[in-house]
Design a protein around this ligand. Structure first.
Ligand code: ADP
Ligand code: MG
Length: 244
């Protein structure tokens, strides 16, 4: 497999501007980055810097105003949300900043639904959902409904949903923000293990500097400008608040 085949995501000069007024300044400005197989890429940045917008464009959830996005070998720049649904359902996992579970469905059905969207029949989907809940140590929550779960429990069900189809590429938007410290660390370890075991890619937006220790590459976004961080471990060592 050559280098090109290992590229899961490639952004070139991607910008996003909300609204069409001339006075609107872009929230993401000419961002370029790449995620390859087996890589965890971390995007640090303060609140409002454009992390969520960047991840949502990269996953094809919202369209860029400028630039090119190649996702799993396909140029998705011009594609609409609907066109991308199949690709996303089968090969991409997205862990949202807020879990976005469906309250009327219990945990196992939330997870199984993602497997059904990717093509499994109902029985297979349930089996897969139970397996992944088991692997994440939350099989006891299978029949619980999201409103009765703690933040941390909901997040783990959301992670199970993101992983149920063994995606090639995972997006995680501040996945540890709603978790207590030790749970957050366990989640980072789990995502890192997944990436390495499956030769998958992960792009994670976060404030959590502990993630740096697991990252293959660290980028920082500020006021919509994305740039590589040259010595990320130094960043972590100083633990300075102005970084994120
Ligand atoms: P972060 O995830 O780093 O906190 P976001 O990508 O959510 O940053 O937001 C970046 C900026 O874009 C913020 O100023 C936010 O208010 C603005 N923004 C985000 N989404 C929209 C939208 N749908 N319409 C208008 N402005 C938006
Ligand atoms: Mg955000």
């Amino acid at each position: 497999m050559n280098n090109h085949d290992r590229t899961l995501l490639n952004l070139q000069g991607v910008s996003k501007q909300f609204g069409d007024s001339d006075r609107c300044t872009p929230v993401v400005k000419g961002a370029s980055c790449e995620v390859r197989r087996g890589e965890m890429v971390v995007v640090l940045g303060p609140s409002g810097s454009g992390k969520t917008t960047l991840l949502q464009m990269a996953a094809g959830l919202i369209a860029p105003t400028e630039g090119r996005i190649k996702l799993l070998g396909r140029d998705i720049t011009q594609h609409t949300n609907g066109d991308l649904q199949r690709l996303r359902a089968r090969r991409i996992g997205f862990i949202f900043q807020t879990c976005r579970l469906l309250d009327p469905l219990n945990a196992i059905d939330n997870v199984a639904l993602a497997a059904e969207f990717a093509g499994s029949n109902r029985t297979e989907a349930k089996v897969k959902a139970r397996q992944i809940l088991n692997q994440l140590g939350v099989e006891h929550l299978a029949r619980a409904y999201p409103p009765s779960l703690s933040q941390g429990e909901r997040q783990r069900v959301a992670v199970a949903r993101a992983l149920v189809n063994a995606p090639d590429l995972l997006f995680a938007d501040e996945p540890t923000a709603s978790l207590e410290s030790s749970q957050g660390l366990r989640l980072i370890e789990l995502l890192s293990e997944y990436v390495h075991a499956h030769e998958a890619g992960l792009i994670v937006a976060t404030h959590d500097l502990r993630i740096i220790a697991y990252a293959d590459r660290v980028l920082r976004i500020e006021d919509g400008v994305l740039a590589p961080v040259d010595e990320p471990m130094r960043l972590q060592a100083t633990g300075t608040k102005q970084i994120v």
